[in-house]
Design a protein around this ligand. Structure first.
Ligand SMILES: [Ca+2]
Ligand SMILES: [Ca+2]
Length: 72
């Protein structure tokens, strides 16, 4: 299974990423995630972090974000 999105899907993901990345630094922090999705429980965000933050720097790069939203 390929998780590499292409074309339109990638453009959508970039838009979604930019919408969450409030300060536009190219990374989504747990805090930015929580501000964008205030109804999401902290545990859910924490578990996302553990699962998807593959380089362990405590924030999501676009690549990691793509991985999150591509997982079914
Ligand atoms: Ca940011
Ligand atoms: Ca990371």
């Amino acid at each position: 299974m390929s998780t590499e999105p292409t074309g339109e899907r990638l453009a959508e993901l970039k838009q979604a990423f930019a919408a969450i990345d409030a300060d536009g630094d190219g990374f989504i922090t747990e805090r930015e995630f929580g501000e964008r999705f205030p109804d999401l429980p902290a545990e859910a965000i924490g578990s996302l972090n553990r699962d998807a933050d593959s380089d362990g720097d405590g924030r999501f790069s676009f690549e990691e974000f793509v991985r999150i939203v591509s997982v079914d």
